[in-house]
Write a protein that binds this ligand. Sequence first.
Ligand SMILES: Nc1ncnc2c1ncn2[C@@H]1O[C@H](COP(=O)(O)OP(=O)(O)OP(=O)(O)O)[C@@H](O)[C@H]1O
Length: 311
Amino acid sequence: MPLPSYTLGVMEASAYAPEVFARGLPSGPRPEQSFEDVAKPAGAVAGDASALLSLQGISLSFGGVVALADIDLSVRQGEIRAIIGPNGAGKSSLINVISGVYRPDRGHVRLDGTSYAQVPTQRLAHLGVARTFQNLALFKGLSVLDNVASGLAYKVRSNFAGQVLGIGRSRGEQRDSRSRAEQILEFLHLTAIRDRLVGTLPYGLQKRVELARALVAEPRLLLLDEPMAGMTASEKSEMASFVRAARDRFATTAVLIEHDVGVVMGLSDRIAVLDYGRKIADATPDEVRNDQRVIDAYLGVASDNEDGAGI
Ligand SMILES: Nc1ncnc2c1ncn2[C@@H]1O[C@H](COP(=O)(O)OP(=O)(O)OP(=O)(O)O)[C@@H](O)[C@H]1O
């Protein structure tokens, strides 16, 4: 599929004021996240057979709260796809369904041709899926290089004693992991800080290290949960360039949740918009920008929320 060219450096001024995109998130406890979830291939289902990722009829409720209602989504290989929507629209729930943290009440997730009632979270890396987290999930007391190399830990086959003692196969595996980590560090312009402890780095750089750790395994699908949250405008612009560069270099497909709609408009091939758990648009950035349902969803928020908390 030919991909459109981008003009990213300049954040396109969104047609919407930031406060238009804010909605208070109802508070509530997060459910226990089970890592013992079992993959349940669901057999053949309808959908876009050429898609790397497709969701069919995904519904998810928490008690009486409908987080996701009958969501279909199809993401092609090499696409950068954003999922946006006001607070509480269901974006995190959707990423958690795609990554197997949640089992949907109904529907299936198809990854690279295999359909799951629940994606096997513990096998994500083996399935070619990597993710970053809204709140950084790095080893703060380890170096940048070690953090990035840890993204390949799932491939290490040597036993624990071998790893500790650095003998036999494990020594070769470690060498291999570090050399691949070094390549990714260079790609993301992190080589100069490879030996720094992650906890001592500014937040924007830590986010980039997390991206490096996700990319080191060369995933086919990269899930980014608010990759630019808390960043300055120039850090956001850099991060967007790196996501695009990863797609260009490794053919990585990226699905991202991001609140900064200006960044998303400049970065994404297509954007899916959620509102109250429903998908109300799924189109190119220009189409989304001019979609009346999207404008209404965000404007409705503005009138509900006169003091307009930030995004
Ligand atoms: N663990 C939970 N328990 C109860 N309700 C939940 C839970 N997780 C999400 N919800 C509800 O599901 C709906 C969707 O929430 P979700 O976090 O997926 O939205 P979101 O678009 O990611 O919001 P935000 O942008 O604020 O992160 C909301 O009404 C939310 O309150």
